[in-house]
Design a protein around this ligand. Structure first.
Ligand code: PMT
Length: 400
């Protein structure tokens, strides 16, 4: 839940809390928003008060305003964004039809701020035609719908209708305020390790968790890009959105095929390629069809070189070639080796990170250098991978 955000500092965020068991999760969201430097005000509906108290909310948000006859106008003008979470079926119906019978619905009508809603209700109520038609109307009116998630519900049923988690709401608000630096840009990213089969039960791989590559994909989405993520095997996932395609692959050959296929099929062309995956440099000369038996004291495995995906992309003709960024994972001579990769693979940029002593692989933080042709390397401080990803992409957005 402590994923940092970048764009919430001093933002004025109004949260409407309606009646639903998920209301308690908003306490966590308010805390995180305050930690990130946002200003928060809340409207707790009568239904919301059945689940959490005004005192709890005010203690967390630090609100001191006293509600009066003009609150709906002052709050409507104050808000830079209005998030309704949890948004109950009843609130959604009232909002869709322009009812104004309490502070939240009157504020919804009175504000010109963008409105985001995070529905939360029983799965049958969510799937009911009335709710679905209301949602369709709200989408037409450019209301942003966040979720809902599918899963186990407080009522014991399973299905769609769970409110997004506070972490996802926090990220959605951060995305809302993020500059659209990569709007209309297509970013293709590789992430995670590859697994090279030795036999049906064994493979060669490495320690990449995919965190850095997935952080880059998230950051690119936040900055408005269309993202294709070619992912090796990881434990990670990203919330589905229309701008994101994830392609799962296992080995280096599949990763190469997926990358080339997507670059060649893209219309218009891919703008940026970021090779963050830890791709195997060697693969077993043959994957044995049956499990290898331990009959001998020693065992020799013949390996052959894999194709270099990054280099293959960098050498594409100009009509297809994206601006190409590689990573350099080094255990010694970091800058020297990274510079060498930049030139040998004809790259436009290299992100160099030192991976000795258990650093970087699987960790939440990374410390990197940005290296470009003919420019002195730029050293970045150690930071969370999500923040580093935004920093790298902000840099990239100046390139095209
Ligand atoms: O996934 P995490 O746990 O978050 O860890 C992040 C990371 C350490 C994997 C990441 O920050 C990183 O450094 N990724 C690149 C790892 C790597 O393979 O580095 P390399 O120096 O061996 O390769 C250089 C570049 O060539 C990389 O961009 C790599 O994707 C690319 N390559 C390598 C071999 C190959 N056959 N094809 C390639 O495209």
């Amino acid at each position: 839940m402590n994923t940092p955000t970048k764009y919430l500092q001093q933002r004025r965020i109004l949260i409407g809390i309606t009646g639903g068991i998920a209301a308690y999760k908003i306490c966590e969201l308010i805390r995180r928003l305050k930690e990130q430097g946002a200003e928060v005000k809340t409207i707790l509906t009568a239904g919301g008060k059945e689940f959490i108290t005004p005192l709890t909310i005010r203690a967390l948000s630090g609100e001191t305003d006293v509600e009066d006859a003009m609150s709906h106008i002052t709050l409507a003008r104050w808000a830079e964004v209005l998030l309704v979470a949890p948004a109950s079926a009843n609130f959604i119906a009232k909002f869709t039809h322009g009812l104004a019978d309490d502070l939240l619905t009157t504020t919804c009508l009175a504000t010109t701020a963008p409105i985001l809603i995070a529905p939360a209700m029983n799965q049958q109520m969510w799937q009911n035609h009335a709710t679905q038609q209301n949602m369709a109307l709200l989408k037409q009116r450019a209301v942003t719908i966040l979720g809902p998630n599918s899963g186990e519900q407080a009522c014991g049923e399973t299905g769609p209708g769970r409110m997004l988690e506070p972490h996802d709401l926090l990220q959605a608000l951060d995305t809302h305020f993020a500059p659209r630096l990569l709007h209309n840009k297509h970013v293709l990213i590789t992430a995670g390790p590859t697994q090279e089969a030795i036999d049906p039960v064994r493979y060669l791989s490495n320690h990449s968790s995919g965190k850095m590559g997935y952080a880059l994909a998230s950051a690119a989405l936040k900055l408005g890009a269309k993202v294709t993520l070619i992912s090796g095997p990881t434990q990670l996932s990203l919330p589905a959105t229309h701008n994101l395609e994830i392609v799962h692959v296992k080995n280096a050959a599949q990763m190469l095929n997926a990358v080339m296929q997507h670059i060649k099929a893209a219309q218009p062309k891919v703008d940026f390629f970021v090779g963050c995956a830890a791709v195997a440099d060697y693969t077993p000369a043959e994957a044995r069809p049956q499990k290898i038996k331990k009959n001998t004291a020693t065992f020799t495995l013949e390996l052959t070189r894999t194709a270099d995906i990054l280099q293959a992309v960098a050498q594409l003709p100009a009509s297809l070639r994206p601006f190409t960024i590689g990573f350099a994972a080094e255990t010694e001579n970091l800058l020297q080796n990274a510079q060498q990769k930049l030139h040998a693979k004809c790259l436009d940029m290299v992100i160099a990170n030192a991976v000795d002593n258990g650093k970087v692989f699987g960790q939440e933080e990374n410390q990197a250098w940005i290296i470009r042709k003919d420019l002195p390397p730029v050293e970045l401080p150690i930071m969370r991978k999500e923040v580093l990803a935004v920093r790298i992409l902000e840099d990239l957005s100046c390139e095209l």
